[in-house]
Write a protein that binds this ligand. Structure first.
Ligand code: BV8
Ligand code: ZN
Length: 252
């Protein structure tokens, strides 16, 4: 089914919206070459589930293994760039009065595309810190079978992400929930809707009266509660949506 009429209706709503919430997940970075969270465990890592590595328990039990996984993902980030979907969200922010960009991603690509004030619910992969003194900036790359340790206090070095079982950054979550409750339109882009509390934001937006549009290459558990589901890659659909908003504005 053509997405054109759905895009046109969504563009009309965006063009007259005061407040827009955008929630992104790993799918928005897929076209930059960043494996999505569910696809990140390939090759050597395919024997693990993300939930088994992205926890403090796993880290304390096998620090070298967990440091290796994050160090490999950090190295990948040095090779990738924002894609047209990231850039389209930066353009959209210039077309609506208040756009709140909330991401579950830890890759920093929204900021590299020019987005400002991004609410990073799950932290930032490129930041490493000591679990004892909180010192930042040291590499979490293990040396052989020895875990990476803080040169100041000898504590283990961890990635600056939010692990399962850890609380989300208070300010980011509070801003995200406030934006969800007050938004006129909510775009939910490239997320499987499986990780909480982020996954509750679209239903909070809907409860607050927002028009909820999901953009994804596949239907998800969030789809039934969305007003519209646009199936396709965000790197194509988001630029098309921004162009449609511009057309609505030109038509006046
Ligand atoms: C917490 C950092 C409490 C690590 C991540 C109910 C309420 C509260 C908590 C829970 C709850 N139920 C369960 C929980 C516990 C848990 C949870 O949600 N578990 C899940 C597995 C059921 N939640 C937590 O533990 C959270 N903490 O609640 O703490 C607390 C409170 C006070 C004090 C102490 C504790 C913490 C969750 C954060 C975990 N950390 N990341 C790391 O990166 O290693 S989450 C991780 O998943 C990534 O950040 C990722 O972004 C995120 C979500 O996944 P998605 O982004 O959706 O990615 P995914 O691969 O799943 O899907 C990709 C999608 O893109 C797909 O739909 C695909 O179709 C689509 N796609 C692909 N290509 C494209 C595309 N779409 C468009 N275009 C394309 N080209
Ligand atoms: Zn330290």
């Amino acid at each position: 089914m053509s997405t054109r009429p759905v895009v046109a209706e969504l563009a009309r709503r965006l063009a007259r919206a005061d407040r827009v919430l955008v929630l992104t997940g790993a799918g928005v970075s897929a076209e930059s070459g960043v494996p999505t969270f569910r696809d990140a465990l390939t090759g050597y890592w395919s024997r693990y589930r993300a939930e088994d590595l992205a926890t403090e328990t796993a880290f304390r039990r096998e620090p070298v293994l967990v440091q290796r996984w994050y160090a490999e993902r950090q190295r990948l980030l040095e090779k990738v760039r924002p894609n047209d979907g990231h850039r389209a969200l930066t353009d959209l922010a210039c077309l609506v009065p208040i756009l709140t960009l909330v991401t579950q991603n830890v890759d920093g690509l929204h900021q590299r595309a020019g987005s400002e004030d991004v609410a990073e619910l799950h932290g930032r992969l490129s930041v490493s810190r000591c679990i004892e003194c909180g010192g930042v900036g040291e590499s979490l790359e293990p040396t052989g079978d020895l875990p990476a340790r803080c040169t100041d206090c000898g504590g283990l070095i961890r990635p600056g992400v939010v692990w399962f079982g850890e609380a989300l950054p208070e300010r980011a979550l509070r801003d995200a929930e406030a934006a969800a409750e007050r938004s006129d339109v909510a775009l939910v882009v490239g997320t499987s809707g499986l990780v909480h509390p982020a996954a509750a934001l679209p239903s909070m937006a809907r409860a607050g009266g927002a028009y909820v549009a999901e953009i994804n290459t596949a239907r998800t558990p969030l789809s039934p509660d969305a007003d519209v589901v646009l199936l396709g890659p965000s790197g194509t659909l988001l630029p098309a949506l921004v162009e449609a908003v511009r057309e609505v504005r030109r038509a006046g």
